[in-house]
Design a protein around this ligand. Structure first.
Ligand code: ATP
Ligand code: MN
Length: 463
């Protein structure tokens, strides 16, 4: 008999009265000498399917392998359930045990393990209801992202993960090398001889696909990237990973307003997609971790994001009278506490801040007439702080080049980037959304280590 997924069973009342075959992992077994109940989960939904063993037909010995964590296949008739908590159940007729899980050793015995404990068991935590829910939401969001951009005719551009440019400036980089670290080849003046390295020059894992994204946008019009990025920052926060996924759309002929409009439409689309397609999982997470979750998601969907300049934002923060851990004045980079104050206390809505001081933003952002600010935009969310960072790009070769000189950015390997401004330059804009920050927001989790299957953070590359 062909296996049917539990999600399909729960979605199709027409299966009641029919024989079904289900396969999955045992969550619990309980009962007495007349009847035994097994809660089975197969990963297709947060809901377990109840399997009923009539002990007139089975003996305890046949069921002894059915312990938490064991994998089994069962066939039997699907019937309406008399018990509370489920609509239907399977009356077991045949049982196949694929793999046992010794209760003395299987670490996920009782319910309600802490998230910290589960981080140490990241290889098994997808077997919990919580991580099943998070990982399904994550997958649905990834699909929604492609769907959104594909439906708009954006081209999915694959930018390289290994890069030779060291001027992207978005964060510290992980070096990529095949040189023997214990016996580095040296040049005559004692420096590492990278001509002997794999690529013949220093290379690193990318911190952003944006610069190559701009090459795509100035040819294909509208592109997006969606892939891993790497930052070797030693920032041990609940919002930073060393390896995370980023979505970076880049669009020719978009000014900063078009860019903000797209960013707002995009995040709302993703949130709505998750609410429409992952209702059970989001309800589960809401019930167990964050009773305000669904309200917060709906609230973001149904409100316009507030748009104001960095200068106006700083003024509000200065006049708030609030004591921040990091003092704030014009020119400082905003910390998460400042961003969250604006969003959660002041406006009580998502905020898009624009026109930041040029000193705290990247060299490629379009320079404003005031000579002080650039056309940057950060989207700030409740509970998260910055979820998107973007800008209109400097399209003028001379201005861009002057900024590069001013900042002493090593551009020797970047001639190709400047060519976008030398040949057929166009106004263009783009942004980067940290995928895990979106997953954090949609799942209501509070630590970024809990929304990626195998987190990479300082001192942690387990599994
Ligand atoms: P932050 O100030 O929070 O460190 P950033 O200014 O370094 O962010 P950008 O370089 O603009 O961020 O990157 C674009 C987006 O990528 C951010 O808005 C954020 O959503 C996400 N992001 C940045 N760094 C990380 C990280 N270490 N882990 C996870 N997501 C990140
Ligand atoms: Mn950062």
């Amino acid at each position: 008999m062909k296996r049917i997924k539990i999600s399909a069973i729960l979605a199709d009342a027409g299966l009641i009265g029919k024989d079904v075959c289900v396969k999955g992992w045992v969550r619990t077994r309980r009962g007495n000498k007349y009847v035994q109940f097994v809660a089975l989960n197969d990963g297709s939904t947060v809901k377990n399917l109840q399997i009923v063993f009539d002990m007139n037909k089975w003996n305890e010995d046949e069921l002894k392998a059915i312990t938490t964590g064991a994998s089994i296949g069962v066939t039997g008739k699907l019937v309406e359930s008399q018990g509370k908590g489920q609509t239907c159940e399977v009356q077991a007729e045949t049982l196949e045990v694929y793999g046992t899980a010794d209760p003395a050793e299987y670490p996920l015995q009782k319910k309600g393990h802490s998230l910290e404990f589960l981080r140490e068991k990241a290889h098994l935590r997808p077997r919990t209801n919580t991580f099943g829910a998070i990982l399904r939401v994550r997958s649905a969001l990834a699909y929604a992202i492609h769907k959104f951009f594909q439906e708009k005719g954006f081209v999915y551009l694959h930018t390289p993960l290994i890069t030779a440019s060291d001027c992207e400036g978005a964060g510290a980089m992980f070096q990529v090398t095949t040189l023997p670290l214990s016996k580095l080849p040296k040049t005559e003046n004692g420096e590492v001889d990278y001509s002997k390295d794999f690529f013949g020059k220093p290379t690193a894992l990318t911190v952003s696909g944006q610069l190559e994204g701009e090459l795509g946008a100035t040819a294909l019009g509208e592109i997006y990237t969606f892939g891993p990025t790497f930052r070797a920052e030693n920032s041990n926060t609940p919002r930073h990973l060393s390896e995370f996924w980023m979505i970076e759309p880049e669009m020719a002929f978009y000014d900063i307003t078009d860019n903000m409009d797209l960013a707002e439409e995009f995040v709302k689309y993703c949130i709505k997609y998750a609410l429409d397609h992952c209702r059970d999982d989001i309800e589960f997470l809401s019930e167990h971790f964050d009773p305000e979750l669904i309200n917060r998601l709906e609230f973001v969907l149904h409100n316009d994001f507030v748009r104001l300049t960095y200068t106006e934002g700083v003024k509000i923060l200065e006049e708030s009278g609030k004591k921040f851990e990091f003092p704030v004045h014009w020119g400082t980079d905003l910390q998460s506490e400042h961003e969250r104050y604006l969003v959660e206390q002041h406006f009580k809505k998502p905020v898009i801040l624009t026109d930041y001081p040029k000193e705290i933003k990247a060299f490629y952002m379009k320079q404003n007439e005031d000579g002080k600010t650039v056309r940057a935009m950060d989207v700030l969310f409740p509970n998260i702080g910055e979820i998107i960072g973007g800008s209109e790009r400097e399209a003028d070769f001379d201005k861009l080049n002057a900024r590069i000189q001013e900042l002493n950015i090593p551009m020797k390997d970047m001639w190709w980037y400047l060519d976008t401004r030398r040949f057929g330059t166009v106004p263009h804009s783009g942004f980067g959304l940290g995928f895990e920050r979106l997953v954090l927001f949609v799942t209501g989790m509070t630590n970024i280590r809990d929304v990626i299957p195998f987190p990479r953070t300082p001192n942690n590359a387990e599994f």
